[in-house]
Design a protein around this ligand. Structure first.
Ligand SMILES: [Zn+2]
Length: 324
């Protein structure tokens, strides 16, 4: 228990990032759940056990989903059906979940083309294209209706007011929940204690600047009190929201400066991978690494620090703009 009536549940994930935190908030005679876990049988088994243990057989009144990623929304439809509880989420996350779920082969091909245009090697492109899985491997079904939440909305949960704070950059309209009374922030993936949140550019919005949006969202979270206890989706609960935001901002700023130095020569996102990611990549992580590399390059380009050109083979390269 993090605070009276606020319970922390850690569910397993089948990746290197091996867990996700979800939250059960006491809500009158029942519960509000925040996030649901990856949609696989072992996680369903844990929820079955929890419904008679922690949840004590009491009803679930609503399921809040912070964003559309499979570890957060994976079991929303299943839990919603099981508990006859509505799913509350932002509109962009609901729609993006459906887009990702019904992702066509054309969309997958567009994603490969996007990486190709950013200089990912043929070997990597091949291993990504033959990799099984995808969104549905963690999201067996999706809710086909939802209750919309928007930035600034106030949810009354068990007599406490929780305000929706929307953030951008990691997902299209990521919801965090803030309770002034309980001095808590359910931060989802928007602020994480040890790792930095993935911010990527994908084929659906190739000219996007999600890193700019993310840094801006972090900054806006600083209007919340500094002494909140933060409940993140990965890692441990922590105190010191402002300190962590400052660390993350400093981390990105240092990385952008390094990257700018590396782009004294024209570089593609593919060239930048080994420079930005010193650890070994695999077909799962290389996608995120590419998305992130393009996000950093797009940000510097849109800020006016990098010039973008297209080589004869169609690959985008970025080079530092020299001030005279
Ligand atoms: Zn996420």
């Amino acid at each position: 228990m993090v605070r009276p009536g606020v319970w922390w549940i850690r569910l397993p994930l089948p990746f290197a990032l091996d867990h996700i935190n979800v939250w059960a908030l006491e809500d009158g005679d029942g519960w509000t759940l925040v996030d649901t876990g990856f949609g696989i049988p072992p996680v369903q088994a844990i929820w079955r056990a929890l419904s008679s243990t922690l949840l004590g057989g009491r009803p679930v009144h609503r399921i809040v989903v912070t964003h559309y990623h499979p570890d957060h929304i994976g079991l929303a439809a299943w839990l919603s059906e099981r508990f006859e509880a509505p799913v509350w989420m932002t509109e962009s996350e609901f729609l993006t979940a459906h887009l990702a779920w019904s992702s066509t082969t054309a969309l997958t091909a567009a994603q490969l083309r996007h990486f190709q245009c950013h200089g990912l090697s043929e070997d990597w492109l091949h291993s990504i294209s033959t990799r099984a899985g995808g969104y549905r491997s963690g999201v067996p079904t999706l809710p086909d209706w939802f209750q919309r939440i928007r930035d600034g909305d106030c949810l009354n949960i068990g007599g406490h007011e929780w305000i929706v704070r929307v953030g951008y950059g990691h997902a299209p309209e990521h919801a965090c929940l803030y309770s002034a009374g309980l001095r808590l922030l359910i931060s989802g993936d928007q602020v994480l204690p040890r790792i930095s949140t993935n911010v990527g550019v994908w084929a659906t919005e190739p000219e996007g600047d999600p890193l700019g949006l993310y840094l801006d969202s972090l900054n806006r979270l600083k209007s919340l009190p500094w002494d909140l206890r933060v409940l993140p989706s990965h890692g441990w609960v922590f105190d010191g929201l402002h300190e962590r935001i400052d660390q993350l901002a400093a981390h990105h700023s240092a990385r952008l400066t390094e990257l700018l130095g590396f782009c004294n020569e024209p570089r593609s996102a593919g060239d930048v991978l080994p420079f930005m990611f010193r650890r070994e990549l695999d077909p799962h992580t290389v996608r995120f690494a590419m998305g992130e590399a393009i996000a950093h390059l797009n940000h510097l380009h849109q800020r006016g620090d990098l010039r973008r050109s297209r080589r004869e083979d169609g690959v985008y390269t970025f080079q530092r703009v020299r001030s005279l």
